[in-house]
Design a protein around this ligand. Structure first.
Ligand code: ADP
Length: 603
């Protein structure tokens, strides 16, 4: 799931988490103090019961019988201490949990913010690298943040109090009697061994259950997405059987994991009981042989203390599982944070105005997956004119636009804008001066006004309206019940495209790249957009990529590309006369539109 080969261990994990926890060190100190006090309180029951049993035992053996008043006094004191302790413990537990939770929530927020900030700073190459597809990245981030913040919680809210309490109880047992302490101590390694075995046995199964679960989810999603195809082929039965087989597998796996889990849990309870029995027998023996300091109350005392020792160890298994998850997910997560990626740099050439003269010389470019997309490319894009890039799919047209926008850096060769190499330009200034209109423009969920304003957040509303007019969409917006406050995602594809063009008018950059701006639109929408596109081309440097011949024949110059290389260049009409790839593409395009029949029909 990640490209990293270095596995991080528990120590490594905690070390990586430390910088995220450190800002909350005071919260941590308070939590730890509360934890320690809470652990002390956890031993109170044992101490009180020990004293209570001895005191009552003392009363019973008083010569001449005991007085009820004395008994009542003992009982009142015991009740007061136990209840008082419980009230105090409730406050301490509350404080300890709420502060621990505060640390967890804050750490979770900081992890998310850090990763988002980091991702925003990466250059485009990161996002096209294998394993960084949106879905996978999101899963890695989600899982990472969740399991890492869980580790923080496990450590500070669950493990620490339990183990502090266990150690304290063990110390008290040793203080009371070394042999009793030794018996309690001897049980711990047995527990650890059983837990480690359980972890090992469960690991493979847990992974299987997880895999089947994903397959099931994916299967159901597939059914919903392809329901039309399934129905048209009458394949409901087949799909049903496929799900049934997966469900069967899932049921088996779940039962297996439960069986293993219950077996081991039973074994651990049994070991714990053996410990308890040994402690009762040993203490009873010591009491009966009049060992110094051993009274009947000590039986109760030792059993309760032993319970405090074994309780946290009983939880070991769950914590072990969580930690294993965290180790797996943390790896994918920290791979993103620590990725050896080029980040966008700031600073550099910042001219007062940009003309828009691009010159590319012998440019080579290879994507990270090894696709050699641009080969020895030399071209000039003159300022204030429209240059069209033509070529079959995969010829490298979009890649050129990506290089000019500095989304990627060429392997070799130079690209200059207004005579200055692109890498010397301040990236932000460069992109402020370039407008990008793509086949599918990103319309964000939000109002039309918000979407247009993305081009210039400080623009007054009048400028937003003006941009809408320039993009020939104003009247249609006004016809909507909520006007500019309507949800932009409800608009049709053609309307959304014009919102994107309005955004460009508001941004008003001197350079515009149009990458198949009408590819996904119907004829009427394409025609409507044409006027908007013609308007935005005025007085700007424009690069247009389109399979629509109508959109490229009025360019002032054309570059015809084949496998990342320029094969023809010139004015559209001259190029057609030349023959070659351009003529082939042009003719094929005309034939596919059935131009002859269209002409006949139009007559
Ligand atoms: P065009 O725009 O002419 O259709 P592209 O510039 O999109 O062509 O693609 C040129 C080549 O680069 C193609 O072989 C394509 O598969 C490859 N390519 C495009 N984008 C990526 C990417 N992000 N990662 C790897 N290869 C890519």
């Amino acid at each position: 799931m990640s490209s990293s080969t270095s596995k991080i261990g528990i120590g490594g994990l905690l070390k990586k988490l430390l910088p995220f926890v450190l800002p909350y060190r005071w919260l941590l100190v308070i939590t730890l103090v509360l934890t320690f006090v809470g652990s002390l309180m956890a031993q109170v029951n044992a101490v009180v019961l020990d004293r209570a049993v001895d005191a009552i035992n003392g009363l019973l053996h008083l010569e001449g019988g005991f007085k009820w008043a004395d008994a009542a006094q003992i009982l009142i004191i015991i009740s007061a201490i136990l209840l008082g302790k419980e009230v105090l413990a409730a406050f301490i537990t509350f404080g300890q949990r709420i502060f621990g939770e505060k640390i967890r929530i804050n750490v979770s927020r900081d992890l998310s913010l850090r990763v988002v900030k980091r991702i925003l700073s990466f250059r485009m190459a990161f996002f096209s690298a294998e394993g960084n597809e949106p879905g996978k990245l999101q899963t890695r981030i989600d899982r990472g943040v969740m399991s890492l913040s869980n580790t923080v919680k496990n450590f500070f809210i669950d493990i620490l109090p339990l183990f502090t309490s266990a150690i304290l109880a063990l110390v008290l047992m040793f203080a009371a009697n070394v042999y009793v302490g030794l018996v309690a101590l001897a049980i711990i390694p047995v527990y650890f061994i059983i837990t480690a075995r359980q972890g090992k046995r469960m690991k493979g199964w847990r992974r299987n259950v997880f895999g089947t679960h994903q397959a099931l989810n994916h299967g159901i999603m597939n059914i919903i997405e392809s329901i039309g195809v399934i129905k048209s082929f009458n394949r409901e039965e087949v799909e049903n059987d496929r799900q049934a087989a997966l469900q069967e597998q899932s049921t088996d796996q779940q039962m297996q994991t439960r069986r293993i889990s219950f077996l081991f849990e039973g074994l651990k309870t049994f070991v714990e009981q053996i410990g308890t029995v040994l402690i009762i027998i040993l203490t009873a023996y010591l009491v009966l042989t009049d060992y110094p300091g051993m009274t009947i109350g000590k039986i109760m005392y030792h059993v309760l203390l032993f319970n405090n020792v074994s309780a946290p160890i009983r939880q070991l298994h769950r914590i072990y599982d969580d930690l294993n998850d965290a180790l797996i997910y943390a790896e994918g997560f920290f791979d993103i944070l620590e990725a050896d990626q080029e980040v966008e740099t700031s600073g550099g050439y910042r001219p007062d105005s940009v003309k828009g003269d691009f010159a590319l010389r012998h440019v080579e470019f290879t994507y990270s997956n090894g696709t050699h997309a641009i080969r020895d490319l030399t071209m000039d894009i003159p300022a204030g004119e429209t240059t069209a890039l033509v070529g079959l799919s995969g010829a490298g047209k979009s890649t050129i636009v990506n290089l000019l926008d500095k989304f990627y850096t060429p392997d070799s060769g130079t690209i200059t804008l207004d005579g200055v190499p692109l890498q010397e330009w301040d990236t932000q200034v460069l992109r402020d001066n370039i407008g990008l209109v793509l086949q599918k423009n990103h319309i964000f969920s939000g109002t039309i006004e918000e979407n247009i304003r993305y081009g210039n957040p400080d623009a007054p509303f009048a400028a937003v309206e003006q941009a809408a007019r320039q993009a020939y969409i104003y009247d249609q917006i006004m016809a909507l019940p909520d006007g500019f406050q309507s949800q932009a995602l409800q608009l049709s594809g053609g309307q959304q495209q014009r919102i994107a063009i309005a955004r460009m008018f508001l941004k008003d950059p001197p350079i515009i790249f149009l990458d198949e701006p009408t590819a996904s639109l119907d004829a009427i929408a394409t025609e409507q957009i044409k006027s908007a596109i013609d308007a935005i081309k005025q007085g700007r440097t424009v690069i247009v990529i389109s399979h629509n011949i109508g959109q490229i024949i009025d360019a002032s110059q054309l570059y015809v590309l084949d496998t990342g290389h320029v094969v023809q260049q010139g004015h559209p009409t001259d190029l057609y006369r030349q023959g070659g790839l351009y003529k082939q593409i042009f003719d094929a395009s005309a034939r596919s539109m059935n131009v002859d029949k269209i002409a006949e029909t139009l007559d």
